[in-house]
Ligand binder design. Structure first.
Ligand code: NAD
Length: 368
């Protein structure tokens, strides 16, 4: 049987720096866990524009559609800020999401005990937090028609349309229920059914999917504004939250920052299952290309490393190996190893990007 395939797109700024550490970890799994990947590497974002005049070459797009998973670093940077909108680095990422039809965006909010002091909330409210927000990513008010700014009488009116079809709600709900089954079997669906018809439909369809195909999963419904309040009041009440594109955008940023630094946050975007049952998938850290620290060896590679852990779990059915990698990260943090973005305690000297990679590899060795 052939190895699982992975397309690596390091991108711009700190993207290549953090991805170098992920590549060392991928090699470790090949050498020490008999888990080898067929890895191809290519360009996305500004570096692709520099070489090809487009932020995502058609050949790269074709490869992304063929592999089992895509792992992306970050795109963008000041050098590209004045490019035409159509060739800006972010367009490469948007094209990947669109053509891979990645409708389910997974954003975990997990608080490592060693970093609980970094949260803006009290330690006992966030310590041990482990929730997953599933955001619908390809529909809703960001895409609905009509949209635009129109003349109406003697003033202008700005219009966006919240629009969801039953099938769009159905598929993202399934994605959330599948996920819940791998976790603590609980889903909370958030909308505003009290004031929005799209919310009424959302609630009905999510409930129907649950009753028909996932009766073993506990489902609750919550208005999204209450959800925001509950996330900062008592976030540990949740396991999986499923919500639409707009509410998910806001709630996932809010939940993620409960846990501290941007350099720690992974994400996954999943699409429809391929013929072999695996979803099309793109894994990437939440952070951008951090031009202010690029090239200085200061970037925290953990967000990108944890994105690879998500790939192990959700694309390659290697939940135990994902847990091994997550435990290695947790151990390194518990041992007090810190990149510059995680400094808080007095007298701690930060390690470099490579230093953090070294420490995680040593913890992986120690796990054997
Ligand atoms: P950013 O996430 O790049 O940086 C915000 C702040 O967080 C900076 O101070 C940065 O140094 C710090 N930071 C981010 N990641 C870090 C890490 N791994 N380790 C340590 N510190 C880290 O956001 P920004 O500054 O708003 O955007 C910079 C560029 O990145 C822009 O061109 C933007 O368009 C692009 N961007 C890309 C993505 C993506 O590729 N998915 C996402 C957001 C922004």
């Amino acid at each position: 049987m052939s190895n699982p395939s992975l397309l690596i797109l390091p991108g711009d700024g700190i993207g290549p720096e953090v991805m170098t550490e992920v590549k060392r970890i991928i090699d470790w799994f090949g050498a020490k866990r008999d888990l080898a990947f067929d890895v191809e590497e290519d360009l996305v974002g500004g570096c692709a524009y520099d070489k090809h005049g487009t932020p995502l070459h058609d050949d790269t797009m074709a490869k992304a559609l063929q592999v089992d998973a895509v792992l992306l670093g970050a795109v963008g940077g000041p050098k590209y800020d004045n490019l035409d909108f159509s060739v800006k680095p972010e367009r490469g990422l948007l094209r990947l999401r669109k053509e891979m039809d990645l409708y389910s965006n997974l954003r975990p909010a997990q608080c490592f005990d060693a970093l609980a002091d970094f949260s803006s909330l009290k330690k006992d409210i966030v310590a041990g937090l482990d929730i997953m927000i599933v955001r619908e990513l390809t529909s809703g008010v960001y895409f609905g028609e009509p949209r635009g700014i129109f003349e109406e009488g003697n003033e202008r009116v700005g219009i966006n349309t919240q629009r969801y079809t039953e099938s769009e709600i159905d598929r993202v709900a399934r994605s959330a229920f599948e996920l819940a089954r791998r976790r603590n079997n609980k889903v909370c669906s958030m909308e505003k059914a009290n004031v929005m018809e799209s919310g009424i439909l959302w609630r009905e369809v999510v409930q129907k999917v649950r009753d028909t195909d996932y009766p073993d999963v506990e489902l609750t419904h919550m208005y999204a504004d209450n959800g925001a309040m509950q996330l900062v009041r008592a976030p540990k009440q949740f396991d999986v939250i499923v919500t639409d594109n707009l509410f998910g955008d806001i709630l996932s940023d809010c939940a993620a920052m409960l846990t501290g630094s941007l350099g720690m946050l992974p994400s996954a975007s999943l699409g429809a299952p391929n013929a072999d049952g695996r979803p099309k998938a793109l894994y990437e850290p939440v952070h951008g290309s951090a031009p202010d620290i690029a090239g200085q060896g200061k970037a925290n590679p953990i967000a990108c490393i944890l994105s690879f852990a998500m790939a192990l779990r959700y694309s390659f059915d290697q939940g135990d190996e994902a847990a091994r990698l997550e435990a290695a990260v947790e151990k390194v943090l518990a041992d007090g190893v810190r990149t510059a973005d995680l400094l808080g305690e007095e007298g701690v000297t930060p390690v470099s990007t490579t230093g953090m990679g070294d420490a995680i590899l040593a913890a992986l060795d120690a796990s054997l």
